[in-house]
Design a protein around this ligand. Sequence first.
Ligand code: FES
Ligand SMILES: [Fe+2]
Length: 374
Amino acid sequence: MRQETQIELLGRALDHIDRRRSDADGEPFELPVDRYLDPSILERERALLRSRPVAVGFASQVAAPGDFLTHDHAGVPLVVTRDHDGVLRAFVNACRHRGARIADACGHAPRLVCPYHGWSYNLSGRLEGVPHRQEFAGVDLEPRGLIELPVWQRFGLIFACPTPGPATRVFPFADDLEELSTHVLHAPSERSRRMNWKLMMDGSWETYHFRVTHEKTIAPYFFDNLGVFDFVEPDLRMVLPKRSIVDVRDDDPATFRLRTHANLLYGLFPNTIVLVQPDHAMVVTMWPTAIDRTTLVAGMLIPEPPQTEKARAYWQKNEAIFWSAIEEDIAMGERIQSTLASGANRSFLFGRCEHLIGKFHRILDRALLDATSR
Ligand code: FES
Ligand SMILES: [Fe+2]
């Protein structure tokens, strides 16, 4: 993160601490409960997730030529490869003969071979091998390479757009996240929870709940209902100052390191959050599997693979602390889910300190409209 940005955010954090208030914007607002219940909205959200760049893996999984990873949550089966020229590629994970899925899990292979009849593709997606080729005499097999998709490597992550064709993705907080680019994946995990995916997103964008929800875990390290919020379309940033931040108020600004005294949470639209901590980051992507079910695909980004037992134990402890807090958030999301259909609320009320949630829903609504009108 640029030093000027760190100093600016420090200034805003100290100002909030002095005034005992959080960033607030606009007025209290309401959102209809229907948006968490209506299956037609879920269908549109799924279409959106198929049509935009989404986080599908980690750069360290496809670091070397021959590496590949697969991804199955975006509504289109994907395979990402590092080809023999070192170029990152993404494809629909479907054979061009009769459509069998080609690759599974992650790994390293000289080529991708379909397990059905053995058609083989090089890692650039080109069809190279067709057993009994004479059976297809007269057919031009040249265009039957794997269907290629747009793909990017940023901040230690892989983003792909599950729909072929031109796509762009601007990351407004790229300067902040660039330092994660050399980090490697550690402790990947997947969990399914009984809640609409947006409830998990909503729970990420305010600190109002900290004192109560996280009373016994992380709340003591942070200020009550205090955060520094930014929204630069389409992404979000929330700085959560730790209590230690007041001790560096008078330190030399040139040496100030925000990550030591605050947690930084980024929302990479539409469904990924990145929590940057002093020496690593946690990444979670929320995938709706049903109107009331979400799969959370997660991993740590750490500076290098752990070489010793001590290092492994250290990262394990950090991972456990993270999930103890996130499971508290998930439990609240599941509590909301359990009342949604009761009719108790036609809409939910959000306070001024919860304004980032409104921004997320506004940009989501707009993206859903765009996806429908395309
Ligand atoms: S479906 Fe892949 S080779 Fe036949
Ligand atoms: Fe929380």
